[in-house]
Ligand binder design. Structure first.
Ligand code: HH2
Length: 284
């Protein structure tokens, strides 16, 4: 029996070439979200079936996604089910290779090194760790060994309205960078993320967006993911699916304050907003 021709994915950069390729334009790169989960906060259950997940990834690529971020465990603060590495792998196995074959760099959204290792083997090229190398003791060594870029996100077990959130983010990210350096992760492979909605009150999430430029002192690219998050509904009461306007507002402010990658569920609309904002900014 003739074997199915393998789609060519040779154009996708790897290792140290990934971030320069993504960060070369005058507006931020856009990362589209595919959640292969039953319980994600905004699209839980919509893309659990492999064909639905792949169709969503195709839609995001057609909409202009520069990266597809695929995750198989919800990290929402309330109501998500922690899952085992085996369960994450069971959800990813039927779909990851096909998403990789779309020819866009794929990032794996997992806090488990075992899952990240498997996904990198399948052709994912970025590790996205919502615990910033501080939960799984094997994550930093794995990322270093593979030479993969890593997104290091700020997180807390619970929000504390009394703290200075920018100080907490800076301290946490400094710890992550220390872990990264000790493991041998090259600085040019690291992206920082303030973790909008993670261990923060809605006000603290908005503070992180308003004061995002303070993170530029680290000298590393910054990713922001505000898409459909709860702080939006504290300003304008809305269900997650109704938060496109608020998400775009947040992402435009993030871009203005230095974000170089935007993580969103709504790629086409976000690409348009970012490109128009950059064109207006650059018009003399
Ligand atoms: N937000 C979510 C998940 N992963 N990764 C990074 N780096 N930054 C983020 O802001 C971020 C992230 C939450 O969004 P979503 O994936 O839609 O929800 P869930 O965790 O419920 O699957």
């Amino acid at each position: 029996m003739a074997s199915k021709p393998k789609p060519s994915v040779t154009s996708v950069p790897t290792g140290g070439a990934v971030l320069p390729a993504l960060l070369s334009r005058p507006y931020p790169a856009v990362m589209g979200v595919v959640n292969v989960t039953p319980d994600s906060f905004s699209d839980g259950g919509q893309f659990v079936a492999p064909e639905q997940a792949l169709a969503q990834a195709r839609k995001l690529v057609a909409g202009g996604a520069d990266i597809i971020d695929i995750g198989a465990e919800s990290t929402r603060p309330y109501g998500s089910q922690p899952v085992s590495a085996e369960e994450e792998l069971r959800r990813l196995k039927p779909v990851l290779a096909d998403v990789v074959a779309l020819g866009v760099p794929v990032s794996i959204d997992s806090m488990k090194s075992e899952v990240v290792a498997w996904a990198l083997d399948q052709g994912a090229v970025i590790a996205n760790d919502v615990w910033g190398l501080q939960r799984d003791a094997g994550m930093a060594a794995l990322v270093a060994a593979r030479g993969a870029p890593v997104i290091v996100m700020h997180n807390r077990d619970r929000a504390d309205p009394a703290i200075d959130i920018m100080q907490d983010i800076a301290d946490f990210l400094a710890r992550s960078l220390d872990i990264a350096a000790k493991a041998g992760i090259l600085p040019d492979r690291i992206v920082l993320d303030p973790g909008i909605g993670f261990g923060k009150t809605p006000e603290q999430s908005m503070t992180a967006l308003a004061r995002l430029a303070e993170l530029s002192s680290f000298g590393l690219p910054v990713l922001v993911g505000a898409s459909r998050k709860r702080f939006i509904s504290t300003v304008v009461p809305s269900e997650p699916q109704q938060r496109l306007g608020g998400s775009i507002a947040a992402h435009l402010i993030a871009a203005q304050n230095g974000a170089r990658i935007i993580r969103t569920h709504d790629v086409a609309e976000t690409v348009q907003a970012l490109r128009v904002a950059a064109a207006i900014r650059d018009q003399q």
